[in-house]
Design a protein around this ligand. Structure first.
Ligand SMILES: NC(=O)c1ccc[n+]([C@@H]2O[C@H](COP(=O)([O-])OP(=O)(O)OC[C@H]3O[C@@H](n4cnc5c(N)ncnc54)[C@H](OP(=O)(O)O)[C@@H]3O)[C@@H](O)[C@H]2O)c1
Length: 328
């Protein structure tokens, strides 16, 4: 099969289209023919082994052990192991295969059934591949850490990227009043997916107008924790999703110290892929309550180019890789 392979850490130039062995399946796995995949920041970290501790906890110290990146996947089941009960050959599926060897920037992946769900029939493979990691992260940030409730005022910083566009829509699906922070070129897009109010961070500073929020989801952009804390209602919750290493450090270590046992809480989310949440997201997609926003689709042989675009940090929604027949 064809796959995008990397044998050393580095910039997107180290990604090459190669012919590799089709993966085998064991009795608990399925072989999935990949139709589309999408890029996540975790792929980028694994590509570059950046930050350095990624070499210790990630994919090998000197060179990558798993040589094919990609965790979001959408495709069709081609073969099943004898213990697989939920799917049959021909089923269209999607999911997050992080923790199962990754490798969705390829024509085939082998995965256990628990990583996948049936693809919603009303969306394309590209849209399905855009959803698992970003939507489940947004869901777990809002619901599990943020305890989102209908009628709450919610601020989403970094609302126009992969996680942010799902966060806006999931928060609206929960009945929240959403304020989105993004740049000028994305204002109309975040309004179109439901944001009630928009702050353009290139014109106005982060909301310092005294407005307070029940929940702040910090997906992108930087503000000191003290600024976020001031913008919370007395019982408000701040949830850190992503940012630079110093922001991760602050949120993990200072956040708990700044939290009050009976008041404002500063916490973070670490996405844990599971089939229950994937099914929850599938229902939202199928009901049309959320819709993946795709910036651009690149063919498999242009994956390096897709990474170059993604690493600029200004994708509008998701960057998708299409694994199409004509590339053979
Ligand atoms: N905690 C977890 O489990 C988890 C899971 C997945 C991802 N993450 C993290 O979440 C973060 C976002 O991931 P993603 O996939 O959504 O990234 P992404 O799609 O690459 O985000 C790009 C978006 O960020 C916006 N942005 C850039 N600078 C901004 C700023 N200063 N203020 C507000 N928005 C800004 C850009 O909008 P403009 O072009 O308008 O600037 C663009 O739309 C990453 O740090 C990632 O590592 C965490």
């Amino acid at each position: 099969m064809k796959a995008i392979v990397y044998t050393k850490y580095g910039p997107p130039d180290v990604l090459h289209l190669e012919e590799v062995k089709k993966p085998a399946i064991n009795e608990d796995q399925m072989l999935v023919k990949v139709h589309a995949a999408s890029i996540n920041t975790s792929d980028w970290h694994l590509l570059k082994a950046d930050p350095f501790p990624m070499r210790l906890i990630g994919n090998g110290f000197f060179k990558p052990k798993n040589t094919i990146l990609g965790v979001d996947v959408a495709g069709c089941v081609e073969a099943i192991g004898r213990n697989v009960t939920q799917f049959k050959p021909g089923d269209a599926v999607f999911g997050d295969i992080f923790g199962f060897g990754s490798g969705s920037f390829a024509e085939y992946v082998s995965v256990p059934e628990s990583a996948l769900a049936k693809k919603p029939s009303n969306i394309s493979f590209e849209e399905a591949a855009a959803a698992p990691v970003a939507a489940v992260t947004a869901l777990q940030g809002l619901r599990d850490q943020g305890h989102i409730q209908s009628g709450q005022k919610i601020l989403i910083n970094g609302a126009s990227g992969g996680v942010g566009t799902f966060a806006v829509q999931i928060a609206k699906a929960y009945g929240a009043e959403v304020t989105a922070v993004c740049s000028t070129r994305n204002v109309k897009m975040v309004q179109s997916i439901g944001a009630d109010h928009v702050f353009d961070y290139t014109i106005e500073d982060f909301p310092q107008n005294g407005q307070q929020y029940d929940l702040i989801l910090a997906v992108n952009g930087y503000q000191p924790l003290s600024v976020y804390k001031r913008a919370l209602t007395p019982q408000g919750i701040y949830v850190f999703v992503g940012g630079l290493p110093n922001q991760i450090f602050q949120s993990l270590f200072l956040g708990p110290l700044m939290s009050k046992s009976n008041g404002r809480k500063m916490t973070s989310v670490m996405k844990k892929a599971n089939q229950k949440d994937l099914l929850f997201i599938r229902d939202l997609l199928e009901s049309g309550k959320i819709k993946p926003i795709i910036d651009e689709c690149y063919p498999l042989n242009k994956t390096a180019e897709a990474f170059r675009y993604f690493e600029k940090g200004h994708a509008r929604g998701k960057v998708v890789i299409t694994i199409a027949e004509q590339e053979k």
